[in-house]
Design a protein around this ligand. Sequence first.
Ligand code: HEM
Length: 402
Amino acid sequence: MKDYQQAAKVLRDTNLRQGLYDEGAVLMEGVLVNLHGEKHRARRGLENKVFRRGFFSHYEKDVFPKTLALGIAQFVSVGGGGVVAFGLRALINLACDLAGVDRPQASQSETDRLLSLMRAFALGTTLAHSKDDRDKVRQQVSEALSAFDVEFLQPSVERRMSLIRQVEARGGEEQDLPRDVLTVLLRNEDQIELDDAQLVREMAFFVVAGAQTSIHSLVHVMHEIFTWSDNRSERIETLRTDPMLVQRCVHESARLHPSSPVAVRRAECPVLLPTEQRVETDEQVTIDLQSANQDEKIFGSRASEFDPNRQFDKGISPYGLSFGLGMHACIGRTLAAGVTPKPDTDPVDHQYGIIALIASALLKNGVRPDPEQPAEVDAKTERPNWGRYPVLLGSNPSSNPH
Ligand code: HEM
C-alpha cells in the first residue's frame, strides 16, 4: 500500500494488529508495540503516566542540554569522529532515563556495556530484515537480555522498590520517586499482568525504541543537511542560527527516511482494506511507509526531494507517517521531533525535539563530512541505514586563511 491516505487509514484500523515483530519474538513478545486491543490499552495507559504534559518539555529544556553539552565538548576536543557513535552516547542516556535503567557508575565503560547490549536488542527488533543467520541472532539477543537483567535491571528494580516502600509508608507522597517507565510498572496502580521476564523485555524494548530509531534519524538528517548545503555556505550559516529550520530539516528527513520502510499488520478478522482488497483472518498487510511518505498527491510533484521549506496542507504531518498513527503512534514523538510549529510559535520556548537539538549543536560546532573517510551504509540489515558516518568538527581548515 503506497497511497498516503489509504496507508493512514490502515494504521488506524483496530481490526489489524501489529505484525512486524513476529520474527523477533525473543525480544518483542508481549512488549507494548506488539500488544493489541485491551492489553495494549492497559499497558499504554499505565506507561503514559510517565509522559504527562510538561514531561518532554522539562526533559528537552532542563535535562538533555546538560548531557548534550558534555558530549559535544568532548567530541569537539578530539576534532570529531563517528556521528553514530557520538549520537548513541547521548541517546542511550536519554533512553535509559525514560525507561528507568540506572547507571550508578556514570562511567564510559558502563555506557559502552549498555550500548553493546542495546545493539543486540536492536538486532531483535529488526530480525525480519536481518541478513544474518536468524537463530544465531536470537541466541545473541537472549544472552543480552539475561545480562541486562542481572547487570542493570535488577539493581534498578531494587532501588525503586525501596523508594516505593518508603513513599507508601509515608502515605503516598510521590516527589521522591523517579519519573520513568520502570517505576510506573513496578507500582502498577492499574494492576496489569506483567511477569519478570516480560518486564525485562519491556525495558529492553524501551531502551532500543528510544535510542536506535533516534540515531538513524540523526544520521539521516545530517546527511541530508550536508547534501542540501553542499557549496551553499549561506545555507549552513542560516542553519547555525535558525533552530526552526533545523527542526524542519529533521521532519523532512524523517519523512524521507522512516525508521522502518514498512509497517506490517495482521488481520484479527476478515477486513476490507481502503484499496477494496479483502484480507482474511491472520493474513498480513504491508504498508509501504517510504512510498506513502512520498505520495505526490500529498507532498507535491517533488515529493521525493529533500526540501525543508516545503509547504503542507492543513492536517498533514511534515514527517508523514514516520512516527506511526493510531494505537501504536510513537509515545516518544514529541521528545524526538518536538512540536510542529505554528505561524505564531515563539522560538524561545518552542519544543524542537532532541534530534534537532543535537543537529543544531553539531552545526554550531562546524560539523562537516570527513573527506578522508566516506560514510558507509549498514551492511547487516536490509534497512537503508548508515552504519558509519565520520565527521570533522571545529574550525574548517579550508575556510581558514592561516
Ligand atoms: C526519531 C525517533 C523515533 C522514530 C522515527 C520513532 C518511530 C516510531 C514508530 C514508527 C512507531 C510505531 C510502530 C508501529 O506502528 O508499528 C513507534 C512506536 C513507539 N515508539 Fe517511537 N520513534 C522514535 C523515538 C522514540 C523515542 C525517543 C521513544 C522513547 C520513549 C519511543 C518509544 C516508542 C514506543 C514505546 C512505541 C510503541 C507505542 C505503542 O505501541 O503504543 N520512540 N515509534
